[in-house]
Design a protein around this ligand. Structure first.
Ligand SMILES: [Mn+2]
Length: 385
């Protein structure tokens, strides 16, 4: 199998991709129904597209080769990094609809500690189901125990500089190879892989204008209105009128965010970092297709442009949310959002509903009224780095 990006850890993962591909195909055949659950952003969407493409071809080959009935594949978004018990109840209904066992594939989310409950609920409500995780976020030990198979680069010494899409593209590549259908889809997988890496700000790929446009368009489309089908997302990836229209909307939004940066953020030097303090509640509901955390993301990348060598951290703070973004210079200077999240999880447990992410981007969702307390604690921690 051809590697789609050059990276030492990825090469070491090759046998793991084969094992994961075997697992995915075996379970898909056995369970008759595959339910993909993807994080609702460009990386999650690229990941789901990779897996569904691979399974489609595997299923076709199986039907044509053996005359057996195939399996069904469906996909549903998750708007949170956490898989909740309520999601599990919904999924259990979907599984029972099929009148059979189901294989659940979770991509780009559901690896944090808070997801363990939801996964346990799924195990109970959809008896006999099989559960697989493909994610580049740190996998909590307890949560990991809920899965039948976990594919993560952390087992091979790589960092979160990966995307879930790079893992899914190689998993899909291994599936296609196993079903001997490979080559003609590798261009598509490569594109999805690269878009996902650009979307998650990875340095493993060159950020061309075209890749950035597709990544932004997917992010925008994901947040707009009702859930879209994977077919709709696929059209955006391939370009054409859908992509052009979204590029226009993304451009308008960038202008609005530039203005928001002036109105709702202020810069402060804290310790060794330049910190952009953003009033996140002021951003709520203002930008079609952008939640508060994503709006902070947009402002942060605007402020970072042209100043990449200075350690910049953005903190979006509101009544129920504290969210972080950091550029590479800040990470190199010692900033790690995961350490802050872990500290809050331990010391201000009562304030926290859910928290997670990686060192350069993470969020804390809080119970109402705890915003100021947590925000002040975060500032103190940054000063000490
Ligand atoms: Mn991701």
């Amino acid at each position: 199998m051809e590697l789609l990006v050059k990276d030492g850890a990825l090469e070491k993962m090759l046998p793991e991709f084969w094992r994961a591909a075997e697992f995915l195909q075996q379970q898909a055949r056995k369970c008759k129904k595959v339910i993909i659950r993807y994080h609702n952003d460009a990386d999650g969407i690229c990941s789901a597209l990779c897996i569904s493409q691979a399974l489609k071809l595997v299923e076709q080959a199986q039907r044509q080769g053996t005359g057996e009935a195939g399996f069904a594949v469906s996909a549903n978004e998750s708007r949170s990094a956490t898989y909740f018990a309520l999601d599990a109840q919904e999924d259990a209904l979907r599984a029972s609809d099929a009148g059979a066992r189901a294989l659940f594939v979770f991509v780009d989310f559901a690896s944090n500690q808070e997801s363990a409950n939801g996964l346990r609920e799924l195990r109970q409500s959809a008896p006999g189901c099989s559960m697989m995780l493909v994610d580049h976020h740190p996998v909590d030990a307890k949560t990991r125990g809920q899965y039948d198979f976990v594919l993560t680069q952390f087992d091979y010494g790589a960092s979160t500089n990966y995307s879930a899409g790079v893992l899914c593209a190689h998993l899909a590549g291994a599936c296609l190879k196993l079903s001997e259908k490979g080559q003609k889809d590798s261009g598509y997988l490569k594109l999805l892989c690269d878009v996902s890496l650009v979307a998650d700000k990875s340095t493993l790929v060159r950020h061309t204008k075209k890749l950035e446009q597709i990544a932004h368009a997917l992010d925008y489309a994901a947040m707009q209105g009702k859930q879209k089908s994977l077919e709709q997302f696929k059209k955006i990836v391939f370009g054409g009128p859908e992509l052009d229209e979204l590029i226009g909307l993304v451009g308008q939004q960038a202008g609005q965010l530039q203005q928001a940066a002036q109105e709702f953020s202020r810069m402060k030097k804290i310790g060794r970092f330049k910190v952009s303090l953003i009033q996140v509640d002021k951003l709520a509901g203002k930008y079609p297709g952008l939640g508060r955390a994503k709006a902070v993301d947009g402002i942060f990348w605007q402020q970072n442009r042209g100043n990449e060598s200075e350690p910049l951290v953005a903190i979006g703070h509101g009544d129920r949310l504290v969210t972080f973004r950091a550029n590479k210079a800040a990470i190199d200077a010692g900033f790690a959002a995961t350490k802050i999240v872990a500290h809050i999880e331990q010391d201000l447990k009562g304030a926290l509903m859910a928290g997670g992410g990686h060192d350069s981007a993470a969020s804390l969702r809080l119970h109402a009224g705890f915003g100021t307390l947590v925000y002040e604690e975060v500032l103190k921690m940054i000063e000490k780095i």
